[in-house]
Design a protein around this ligand. Sequence first.
Ligand code: ADP
Ligand code: MG
Length: 394
Amino acid sequence: MTTTIEAATALFTDLTGRAPDGVWSAPGRVNLIGEHTDYNDGFVLPFAIPHRTYAAVGIRDDGLGRVRVASTFADAPVEVSLDQLDELFPTPSGTAPGVPEWAAYPLGVAWALRQAGADGRGLDIAITSDVPVGAGLSSSAAIESATASALNDLWAAGLDRTALARVGRRAENEAVGAPTGIMDQMASMLGEPDAAIFLDCRSLDANLVQVGIAEAGLAILVMDTRVKHAHSTGGYGERRAACERGAAIMGVPSLRDVSVDDLTLAEELMDDVTFRRVRHVVTENQRVLDTVKVLREEGPRSIGDLLVASHASMRDDFEISVPELDTAVEAALAAGAIGARMTGGGFGGAAIALIEQDAVQQVTDAVNAAFAASGFTAPVIFTVTPSAGARRDA
Ligand code: ADP
Ligand code: MG
């Protein structure tokens, strides 16, 4: 990993000429299974990855109540007053004037924390990250969770991890304008080594599930297609709207309340597109429950079919895959993967494959060859292990 505590500290010192009060970090995540179920009050099973975003943060002594953010991702720092945050946000359908999109993540977290009752002096925030951006690995939750953890400590706000996840989600929804669910922030806040987080997105009840991937001689391969997605635009919002429509037709608060047995009725009541969106969410919820059961009772070798069924459902019913994701999944399976699926919100980003540890090279070569044969940009392929959630590093 190239991004270190030292790099964030150095960026902070370049910006301010002083040392930070501390460095906090939070990981990106991979979702093992459970896609587009989070905002339907359903179930997800993500885990935190080794790639992390670091925030070196220090209180400002100038008494001006201003907050400044810098990131290696951006050309120039952005500075606003804390009071101004309440005028800038919320911005449900786009970025606030004068605030570049990237800065709306950390500034939105400062705003959302204040909305949650936290308050304190002005701050400088310097951010570095090695979470691939826009790859469906949730660099957005990583920056939110690192910032939220830092400000929670420095402002002595005392919020727990779940409350900080809500703060991050609020920043993403209302300051950035991306209508995403709570999964990413919960995974980034709650991750533990070798465990996935079985999250009930209705109650926010989270249980760690030991995945035992390494013990079983297996590995998880991430295949980043390098097709960038954008949650604040396009199909993501349209899929949410279809889910809400489907729930309204079924007369329930959310698709969580529709079971696989109800699908026959659903098909009679709604148009074909809405029905297929509903069928994805309803069957995906069941697949998450089945995956947790299989992991607990049989271990990771037995979840392959569930991963493959999840991908087919996203490709055919929810229609959020792209040719690059399908190619990655098909090539990995053809090269011997136990299971594979796209992960994250779709329309680009990454796919994962569950493979034998000694097949990493073979599957990587096969996926690279399939991309070359299709004329796609070469993917970025690496393994991940379930890793620790947000923490203070220094
Ligand atoms: P994903 O979460 O899949 O990586 P998103 O579109 O949800 O993709 O979030 C990516 C956006 O988050 C970037 O375009 C940028 O605005 C912001 N972001 C992520 N990491 C950083 C960072 N290290 N510094 C500044 N902004 C970041
Ligand atoms: Mg994101």
